[in-house]
Design a protein around this ligand. Structure first.
Ligand SMILES: Nc1nc2c(ncn2[C@@H]2O[C@H](COP(=O)(O)OP(=O)(O)O)[C@@H](O)[C@H]2O)c(=O)[nH]1
Ligand SMILES: [Mg+2]
Length: 200
């Protein structure tokens, strides 16, 4: 049974080579997922913890979709999308800025729109602000505003994370989601008090 106190799951899905693993690594902050220049090396689902704005969630790279014939990849992608729809609280649908017109993207978009999941569309490889305006064409995929990001440079990823947190429906005071360093801040404040007295 799922209840509000269980961990929140966010899945990244998208075609091979759009930069899912790179985005995963960027958001998790440590290099856990296998990244590659060559399509075909990411093998499995990878999990990482993301801390942002005092909250925590588990990020999943639904990988292992990059091998086989084009037809096989299509089938695996649909399987990956279904896994994400079943298991995630929110889906980051990653597309590539270089390819605004892609049939597989359209197919995935259709499946996602027909699901009841919250979806954030991340347009990756927006490596500089000049590319920001171009992302409007991705509105055709049928989601609300696309989020321009660059997994490589980090551009836009903070805004994307803000939006993820906003959509995850956290309980206001649930300590489970308040990250460890928020706890440290509190301890520091208490320890600091006597010094304030001494300075007077
Ligand atoms: N220019 C650019 N290249 C990127 C970016 N993110 C990923 N890539 C490149 O895209 C290729 C595929 O990345 P990868 O993360 O393995 O994609 P995946 O197959 O979707 O997991 C690699 O060569 C990455 O270096 C980005 O933000 N900008
Ligand atoms: Mg990958």
């Amino acid at each position: 049974m799922m209840d509000k106190n269980e961990e929140k799951i966010v899945a990244i899905i998208g075609r091979p080579n759009v930069g899912k693993s790179t985005l995963f690594n960027r958001l998790v902050g440590r290099r856990i997922a296998i990244e590659s220049e060559v399509s075909g090396t990411t093998r499995d689902r990878l999990f990482g913890t993301v801390s942002w704005a005092g909250r925590q969630f588990t990020l999943v790279d639904v990988a292992g979709l990059e091998t086989g014939s084009k037809k096989e990849i299509d089938q695996k992608m649909q399987l990956g999308v279904n896994i994400a729809i079943e298991s995630a609280d929110l889906i980051i649908f990653a597309v590539d800025w270089h390819e605004p017109e892609n049939q597989v993207d359209r197919k995935v978009a259709r499946i996602l729109r027909n699901s009841s999941k919250k979806v954030l569309l991340a347009v990756n490889k927006v490596d500089n602000v000049r590319r920001f305006d171009d992302v409007d064409v991705f509105k055709r995929l049928g989601f609300s505003d696309p989020w321009p990001v660059s997994a490589i440079s980090g551009l836009g990823t903070g805004d994307l994370l803000d939006e993820v947190i906003k959509n995850l429906d956290f309980q206001t005071n649930d300590p489970k989601y308040i990250r460890a360093d928020a706890d440290c801040d509190l301890k520091l404040a208490i320890i600091g008090r006597p010094n304030v007295g001494k300075l007077k």
